[in-house]
Design a protein around this ligand. Structure first.
Ligand SMILES: Cc1cc2nc3c(=O)[nH]c(=O)nc-3n(C[C@H](O)[C@H](O)[C@H](O)COP(=O)(O)OP(=O)(O)OC[C@H]3O[C@@H](n4cnc5c(N)ncnc54)[C@H](O)[C@@H]3O)c2cc1C
Length: 486
């Protein structure tokens, strides 16, 4: 089908942002063609039997609170089954019970070990959850007039702080501090840097507000449901189609690129004006990840059995330890005892593995482009809180940063966030502009996680880019205009 004329819009890349962008355009009546380089659609939403037959592994995203909360997904009513773990997240600590994040704010707060910290959790994470969709929408549309300015301002006072400063200010004990640090470390930013507290608070609030669910059967089911929605709206989706240059595309008035800046530079060739191209070249990618997937003969033997009830487990111990590990990565080094983000999907969805067996994945952050094998460091952290874990391993697959990028060209140097997510690139993704999704090329828009609001499965990059294109991008989009090689 590609190469035929008659499309109003072409979307390059079928990650959640590309898919939501394509659906938003199709819902507005545009005839959309979606082109994906890989054999499967979904980008970060792909699942495969990576290790052994009968074991379903998510290659990237598994735990999807923002796909429940974001405006782009909320009203879609997709045909997927959401599975919630009994405990939203767990944070084991040496020599004591793990800290558990429940859907209920009070139940979570009660586990923090002191009245002061209990109140602090209610007033920080609890208040974030109570701020509801107004706050979520404001944060996921950071360049729009905020939907809930007062709630955003209240959140911003705390959220602007570095996670280490915020955690010390809020909590007297290690349980609250470690918990917030584990949440904030999802950002892949040095926890001593501004706004990392905000990442932690948002994730904690979402655990209470919408939960941290997985999609039954694997995240690829969500991608399939999005593709089905697109085709039901008359869109055409084609996989196995690598776009090397804009001239590969059929004529269309709107082009959305679900790509990061270095790929945009390659695909647009010399068509981009020099100043804009230079700014894209200055875009900063963040650290990479080293990821392991395992097939296990049984559940992970956590010292605290309650950890088995959580799909997401933050390993790294105290705040000081996690912050030190992340600071090492930010400085371009490999921590001996890294923060390990561990996901046990079977806690929410036993269908991922044969009866009694389990799948597990974990990654740690590493410097961008790292080739260091972190298998031992990651498994040592799991053994620390679950002795005997290694005895359960039936099969293991490792992905270093190069393997991550081979799997998905958007993971440049293993960066899974579409670019450094510190305050300097929070809204200036990929550059500081009122409409960073627009490019100087008429009708051509960026929509990946390298645009606001950044990483995670929320689809809002695609949503904003598509809406801007439909509004004309500040200029009238000529539906009959053709963007071809110059
Ligand atoms: C290991 C890992 C774990 C993660 N865990 C979570 C999680 O639990 N929860 C969460 O919310 N987020 C998670 N994320 C982040 C999330 O997956 C990403 O933020 C999200 O997928 C970004 O969406 P996107 O549409 O911008 O790009 P992507 O999902 O990266 O999709 C880009 C697509 O474009 C395609 N493409 C690239 N170049 C071309 C080309 N030239 N021609 C055609 N197609 C092209 C790629 O093949 C890919 O399919 C995780 C990511 C990784 C890697």
């Amino acid at each position: 089908m590609a190469g035929a004329d008659g499309f109003d819009a072409v979307v390059v890349g079928s990650g959640p942002n590309g898919l939501i962008g394509a659906i938003t355009l199709a819902e507005a009546g545009l005839k959309v063609l979606l082109l994906e380089a890989a054999d499967e659609f979904g980008g970060g939403l792909r699942s495969a039997a990576l290790t052994l037959d009968g074991f379903t592994h998510d290659m990237c995203a598994t735990v999807l609170p923002l796909a429940r909360a974001s405006a782009a997904f909320r009203d879609l009513a997709l045909d997927v089954e959401w599975s919630f773990p009994q405990v939203q997240a767990a944070h084991p600590l040496d020599g004591q019970d793990a800290v558990l994040v429940h859907r209920d704010v009070a139940e979570t707060a009660a586990g923090l070990g002191s009245a002061r910290d209990e109140i602090a959790w209610q007033q920080s994470a609890g208040a974030t959850a109570r701020a509801g969709y107004g706050l979520v929408d404001s944060l996921l549309s950071p360049l729009s007039v905020p939907r809930a300015p007062l709630r955003l301002a209240r959140y911003g006072v705390l959220g602007a702080l570095p996670a280490t400063v915020l955690a010390r200010a809020l909590f007297g004990g290690e349980r609250g501090r470690g918990l917030l640090a584990g949440m904030a470390a999802h950002s892949m930013v040095d926890l001593r840097a501004p706004i990392t507290g905000g990442y932690g608070l948002l994730l904690a609030g979402l655990a209470h507000q919408v939960g941290w669910p997985v999609v039954r059967g694997g995240s690829a089911r969500l991608a399939a449901a999005l593709v089905a929605r697109l085709t039901s709206l008359g869109g055409v989706a084609e996989s196995g189609h690598l776009v090397r240059d804009l001239s590969d595309l059929p004529p269309a008035g709107v082009i959305l690129l679900d790509l990061t800046p270095s790929q945009v530079l390659a695909v647009c060739g010399g068509r981009l004006p020099g100043g804009y191209a230079r700014r894209l070249r200055r875009f900063r990618y963040g650290p990479g990840v080293f990821k392991l997937d395992w097939a296990l003969s049984g559940p992970v033997p956590w010292k605290d059995p309650a950890v088995a009830l959580a799909a997401t487990v933050h390993l790294g111990g105290t705040m000081a330890e996690i912050a030190a590990g992340e600071a090492e990565v930010a400085a371009g080094r490999h921590p001996e005892r890294p923060y390990v983000l561990t996901v046990q999907p079977c806690a929410a969805d036993p269908s991922r593995a044969p009866a009694g067996r389990h799948v597990l994945w974990a990654y740690c952050h590493v410097p961008n482009g790292s080739t260091v094998d972190m298998t031992t460091a990651i498994e040592d952290q799991i053994e620390r809180f679950a002795p005997g874990f290694r005895d359960l391993i039936l099969a293991r697959v490792a992905h270093d940063t190069a393997a991550m990028q081979r799997h998905n060209p958007n993971l440049v140097g293993g960066d899974i966030a579409g670019g450094f997510s510190g305050w300097t690139q929070f809204v200036s993704r990929p550059l500081l502009a009122p409409h960073p999704w627009a490019t100087p090329l008429p009708g051509v828009y960026l929509c990946s996680a390298s645009t606001p609001p950044g990483a995670a499965v929320h689809g809002m990059g695609g949503y904003h880019a598509a809406r801007l294109a439909l509004a004309g991008g500040g200029r009238a989009v000529r539906r009959d205009a053709t963007v071809r090689s110059g």
